[in-house]
Design a protein. Structure first.
Ligand SMILES: [Zn+2]
Length: 139
């Protein structure tokens, strides 16, 4: 199981390297906007699209809410992708990537189909099920 997580994160690391850096940049930019107000058109753009939600000492990037009471979606960060997809994937009973993706999107704003696909390709339970189907067909 931990092997699975490790392998997945290694692949994910390659896939998300650029986005990871972006996220840190965005948070820094948003914090600056919060303090000093938006200055450039890029700042205004950011302010429209994202906001920061403080969870304890943690600054979390979330998609901009329409009102304070509206449900919000988290921007999933690297360390959480495995867990996020795992929960969604279990919730749909080891369904395919489309189902998993749809479920995951309820909570996470930036989950990608590609990540779900990759996760499922590593899922031991799914592989086991595939094999069972294969045996059923042939025996
Ligand atoms: Zn599965």
């Amino acid at each position: 199981m931990s092997d699975f997580k490790e392998q997945f994160e290694q692949k994910l690391d390659n896939l998300l390297q650029s986005r990871k850096e972006k996220r840190a940049q965005w948070i820094a930019q948003l914090l600056k906007i919060e303090k000093e107000g938006p200055k450039t058109s890029d700042d205004y753009n950011m302010k429209k699209r994202f906001e920061i939600l403080r969870v304890g000492d943690d600054d979390r990037l979330i998609r901009k809410r329409k009102g304070l009471l509206t449900e919000f979606k988290f921007i999933v960060c690297f360390e959480e992708v495995h867990q996020a997809i795992s929960v969604a994937h279990s919730a749909v009973g080891h369904g395919g990537e489309k189902k998993t993706f749809k479920e995951g999107q309820k909570k996470w704003a930036n989950l990608t189909m590609q990540c779900c696909q990759m996760f499922i390709s590593f899922c031991i339970e799914c592989q086991r099920r595939k094999n069972v189907e294969y045996i059923k067909v042939w025996w």
